[in-house]
Design a protein around this ligand. Structure first.
Ligand code: ARG
Length: 268
């Protein structure tokens, strides 16, 4: 009963952007790219709740994980002559899965902050973005400055840097959730009053979910870049990944992947 209620809400709210509601870790046999003569498979860990970076989408009648991080992962696999397998999980589980070797690399719009650098190794940065505050449209005028967010209730993805940002707001009441889809639902239904996420993600959600908008208040965060994580000490893989990133940057492919993924995220 409860489950169906949630499912219905998912469908009502945002169609396929919210696919993956229910929070079950799901695995998707990734797309095959390049030759796989040695039968090598490389496993990507990601939290596919982050359009246009990584998100679920019905493509040809099938639920697929798509987005520009996924396109980058495909290129890395292709350059290695490996088959790509994508594992979707809560964001907070990613670094642990990397350390235990259950995934080979993590691409998940991840900010390579100091704490994480102690746990895992990172590639060079491949993209960057600013932070944004998402609120209900009806409340937009209330939240013009960071000061106005004091004491407000936030829905925040557990384990994200947005937790640190929210904690730095005096009196902020923080509800931690595993998936951003669930935060969007809580915001819409009034159980929390704001959320913080990267601006491209905020833009993708507000396009698809009626009644939400981006507030004028802009959180500052010292790190604005994203990098790809590998198990600590796996220099060979970091070098390989950096080579692919250099190639993609020189071919202007990353911007192309971003714009294609944004279009895909905007489609109903
Ligand atoms: N950039 C933020 C961080 O590294 C949020 C990333 C969330 N990514 C995701 N796929 N949900 O903490």
């Amino acid at each position: 009963m409860k489950k169906w209620g949630i499912l219905t809400l998912c469908l009502v709210l945002a169609g396929s952007l919210l696919a993956g509601c229910g929070n079950k870790p799901s695995e998707q046999a990734g797309d095959t790219t390049g030759s796989t003569s040695e039968g090598k498979t490389i496993v990507l860990g990601t939290s596919a709740d982050f359009p246009p970076y990584e998100f679920h989408k019905m493509v040809d009648g099938k639920d697929q994980i798509v987005g520009f991080d996924i396109e980058i992962a495909k290129q890395i696999a292709a350059d290695m002559g490996a088959k790509l397998e994508v594992k979707d999980m809560d964001f907070k589980a990613l670094l642990g899965e990397l350390s235990t070797g259950r995934v080979d690399f993590v691409i998940s719009g991840m900010t390579p902050d100091e704490t994480r650098r102690k746990q895992v190794d990172f590639s060079n940065n491949y993209y960057k973005a600013q932070q944004a505050v998402v609120v209900r449209e009806a409340d937009k005028d209330k939240y013009k400055t960071m000061d106005s967010l004091k004491g407000v209730s936030f829905g925040i993805q557990t384990g994200s840097i947005q937790e640190d940002i929210a904690k730095s707001i005096p009196g902020a009441k923080i509800t931690g959730l595993g998936k951003i889809n669930d935060i969007i639902m809580q915001l819409n239904s009034g159980r929390v009053d704001a959320s913080i996420m990267e601006k491209p993600v905020a833009e993708a959600f507000i396009k698809n979910v009626k009644g939400l908008t981006i507030a004028e208040a802009v959180p500052e965060y010292q790190e604005d870049g994203y990098a790809i994580g590998v198990k600590k000490g796996n220099k060979e893989l970091v070098d390989q990944i950096n080579k692919t990133l250099d190639r993609l940057k020189s071919e202007n492919k990353i911007d192309q992947f971003v714009s294609e993924a944004s279009d895909l995220a905007a489609q109903k």
